[in-house]
Write a protein that binds this ligand. Structure first.
Ligand SMILES: Nc1ncnc2c1ncn2[C@@H]1O[C@H](COP(=O)(O)OP(=O)(O)OP(=O)(O)O)[C@@H](O)[C@H]1O
Ligand SMILES: [Mg+2]
Length: 451
């Protein structure tokens, strides 16, 4: 008798193995391997054989191939167009992720409304809300248009038959975790379901040349709930950042097959929805309310400089010293603390240190290192820093302060917003009205930090 074939799949990362294991060797998750049914194994075989069946075309020299002519169209939102690299690409599959309530549905319903106003036929599929609920939101966002079609559905085959019934120009799927394919008898949101559905949506987007935006929920650690394979399959991955208590939201590109991932879209949440933020000036700090433990710096979000406030709290520890940061890399914080301990003889090993970046911003560049150090020193000594001074510089393991990119642009922003002084790692090439203190080493900064 032939031995029954078994296959186990990790529900966290999609890793497959013929043997059950308590811990997934790929993502180290415990008890995440589940056995696939014979039907699921058959489906996987069939989907992988699609490629081999259709691989009848011959390879050609690259010089004989004509390039794809990509004609983008505007989403009606300057900020979204910027993150996408200049607008929506027909036939592309885009994933938008973000924590609950951050505004994913709000943004995409608004975009759907914008496109319907441009006389494009748009389908908004929701597996989470009823059509009536979405209509209520559309009223608030001013997205009511006869070219915008709503479908409240979780069954993928019904969604596909709706897509083939009209020539849609734009499709929104809200959300990937709620859609369900009958082909794979596992629960909605599971690895196999998400992979099957994304594969189908990719096929539709490419063959019908329709741009499809998929909403994805994210887990506590900030990754899309479901397999990472989803991020690999789509063309573009955008994540929402921001504090749900503040009205500003950032949309950051993590992957883009049609453009760079340097730019960040900045939106503002109000009763009329999530709209392009008008001005960034003074949105992430309050000069008048700067207290001990706060320092100002200017970061580059794509091509835009933004002044932000970094906050530190250093307090004597009772037991094991805690280090925690929100919006700043914890490993980098540990490195900076070790450096301060070594170079400045600060007894930080017996202190808890907490870092927070204002406005829910996540710092992805090292230019804020010096501001973090300034905030830590300010909290440790319980002395407020001057509200006229900004701190700029990357700190190396040796305590050297390194240059930052776009210094002239950052100084210009500092000047525009009425500041007077900056502690910088190098002399600016262009003339600036800002009084610059050049600090090339951490130990030197201490002298100027409270000026
Ligand atoms: N009437 C209103 N006025 C102002 N803001 C509102 C109003 N109604 C909702 N909001 C804002 O919209 C947010 C919800 O947005 P939305 O439903 O688009 O989020 P989401 O990311 O799709 O969430 P989920 O993951 O739960 O689907 C709320 O957190 C709130 O900030
Ligand atoms: Mg939603």
């Amino acid at each position: 008798m032939a031995k029954k074939k078994t296959l186990f799949e990790c529900q966290a990362c999609g890793f497959q193995t013929p043997r059950w294991m308590g811990k997934c060797p790929s993502c180290n998750e415990w008890e995440s391997l589940v056995e696939l049914s014979a039907q699921q194994i058959q489906f996987l075989k069939e989907s992988s054989s699609i490629t081999s069946q259709t691989a009848t075309s011959k390879a050609k020299p690259i010089t004989d191939i004509s390039e794809d002519n990509i004609i983008r169209f505007s989403s009606g939102s300057k900020e979204l167009d910027l993150v996408l690299g200049g607008g929506i690409v027909p036939g592309s599959l885009t994933l938008i992720g973000g924590s609950p309530g951050i505004g994913k549905s709000t943004l995409l319903l608004k975009i759907a409304g914008n496109l319907a106003t441009q006389e494009r036929t748009v389908l908004y599929v929701s597996g989470e809300e009823s059509a009536g609920q979405i209509k209520l939101r559309a009223n608030r966002l001013d997205a009511n248009h006869e070219k915008l079609y709503l479908l409240s559905e979780i069954n993928l085959s019904t969604v596909i038959s709706e897509i083939s019934s009209k020539s849609y120009n734009f499709i929104v799927i809200d959300s990937i975790q709620t859609l369900y394919s009958e082909e794979t008898p596992s629960a909605p949101g599971s690895v196999t379901q998400v992979r099957t559905i994304t594969f189908e949506l990719m096929r539709i987007a490419k063959s019908l040349h329709i741009p499809i935006f998929i909403i994805g929920h994210i887990t506590k650690d900030g990754s899309i709930a479901g397999p990472r394979v989803l991020e690999h399959m789509v063309d573009t991955v955008l994540y929402f950042e921001g504090d749900t208590n503040s009205e500003l939201r950032l949309l950051r590109g993590f992957k883009n097959r049609f453009g760079s991932t340097n730019e960040v879209g900045i939106f503002e949440m109000n009763s009329r929805g999530l709209n392009d933020a008008k001005s960034m000036a003074g949105r992430f700090f309050d000069k008048e309310k700067l207290q001990s433990g706060s320092a100002l710096t200017v970061i580059m979000e794509g091509s835009r400089p933004i002044i932000i406030e970094v906050q530190a709290l250093v307090s004597e520890s009772y037991g094991h010293a805690k280090r925690s940061s929100t919006g700043f890399d914890n490993n980098r914080l540990n490195m900076l603390l070790a450096l301060l301990e070594k170079k400045l003889d600060l007894p930080l090993g017996t202190h808890d240190v907490y870092i927070n970046i204002s406005g829910g911003i996540k710092i992805n560049e090292p230019s804020a290192d010096l501001a973090i150090i300034a905030a830590i020193l300010s909290s440790y000594r319980d002395r407020a820093l001057s509200s006229e001074t900004l701190f700029l510089g990357e700190v190396s393991l040796t305590g050297e302060i390194r240059e930052v990119s776009g210094l002239a642009q950052r100084l210009k922003e500092i000047e525009t917003q009425g500041f007077k002084k900056a502690i910088v790692p190098a002399k600016p090439i262009e003339k600036s009205a800002i009084k610059c203190f050049i600090a090339d080493e951490v130990s030197k900064v201490v002298e100027w930090i409270f000026v």
